[in-house]
Design a protein around this ligand. Sequence first.
Ligand SMILES: Nc1ncnc2c1ncn2[C@@H]1O[C@H](COP(=O)(O)OP(=O)(O)OP(=O)(O)O)[C@@H](O)[C@H]1O
Length: 459
Amino acid sequence: MPGASTDPLHSLSRLDLAHRSTVIVAVSGGSDSTALLLLTKEFLDRNAPATRLVAVTVDHRLREGSAAEAAAVARLAARHGIAHRTLCWNEAKPASGIAAAARMARYELLAQAARAEGTDVVLTGHTADDQAETVLMRAARGDGDRLERGLAGMAKATLFDGSVWVVRPLLGYRREALRNFLLARDVTWIEDPTNANETYERPRLRAALGRAGGDDRHADALRTAREAASRRERLGGEAAELITVHADLAAPGLVRLSREFVGGGGSDGALYALRILLASVGGTPHLPDEARCAQLLDRLNREWPLAAAKPLCATLSRVAVEARRDGLFLRRELRDLPQPVLPQDGMLWDGRFRLRVTGETEGLSVAPLGPEAAEIAELYGADVAASLVRAGLSTLPCLWRGQECLSLLRRRTVRQGIAAVPVAAPFARFLPSFDLAAARAIMHLLRAALPPDPPLKRH
Ligand SMILES: Nc1ncnc2c1ncn2[C@@H]1O[C@H](COP(=O)(O)OP(=O)(O)OP(=O)(O)O)[C@@H](O)[C@H]1O
């Protein structure tokens, strides 16, 4: 992230939008996203006049007046010759955790809008002020792991659901500069009353940063974010290297790590790589507990030499771990596998596969292969113990008609118009650009679909 700059007109020049036929800007009607919309319009008019600009407002239907706010954004867009859509969050609202649910619904609706417009880019108006607040809140909570990846704050770009890049071109710019930009053009914006409600953590922090000494705290927070982001990228690069060199898919559903991987177990990169591997094999979106993974690596380092006689086994984060003479094997544990489900397009299965459904599904279900794995185990992993191959296979999604097993669902073998595409669970929903190297390595290992390049120019 650049240091806070004063001329927001430069903000878009770092984006690679030339090959996109359409770009979406997410506009709440607040100062930041309104400024972003007008900046993007100016930028595209000058540099990529063939690219269509679409403003999208999400009406969360949480406050009286939200529809009128969306209509005000629509009028502003029309005045500037910009297409505008309003999308409503119509689902039932949860009783608690409303802010997080609203945020998730907003991402989903924005991604839907992007797909409908045939683009993979949505720009949002997050600023340097938002970034400083995010980092200070995370630091105060002390969440994140020992390596403090969370202190990197928001990434310049985050891939949502594997398909839409949410890009934040204004992260290096102060809100005040954006407001001055709007005032100079006589453009007004909407003040969201929740932004001033100091019963919430963010507005409280925002008010504190506005008082004496706030600028220094702001600058410190941005420095912390920059440093944490480069540490996080370095760590991800190390993990990617370890996964690429020392991990392979010994058989479907069975990841094998070499002894050298564990031998380097003292490094932060190995610990991070192991956590990514465990989360991906187990199908959990969050990385498993850092301390427990460090203990496992430590134990493997100390005891593996003895494992020649008897495998060393452990389970962690839905993964069965087995150290044998010929490698460390990871597979989804057999407990708590999904019950049979009716396949639906886009459904995430056990956090490990995305189902693709194009055909008729009546009478069909998707469930783990289970004991039927014994029938086909000999087809795979000739250099691995048959029991491991069977165990790995038995956790994979299979197409059933009643009690009859029709076929193992694979990425390409589309049976009855149904396929199961592997996903890397920790990066399936949100993939921040800091983690791209590590994500690509694990996706490559699992034969998952690789992420599209982010629309950022390389320096
Ligand atoms: N209701 C919404 N509709 C469309 N986009 C939104 C909406 N709410 C937030 N966003 C996008 O997410 C960004 C960050 O959201 P945040 O809640 O921090 O901003 P805000 O205070 O609502 O408005 P602004 O950032 O425009 O001042 C916004 O700049 C905007 O791009």
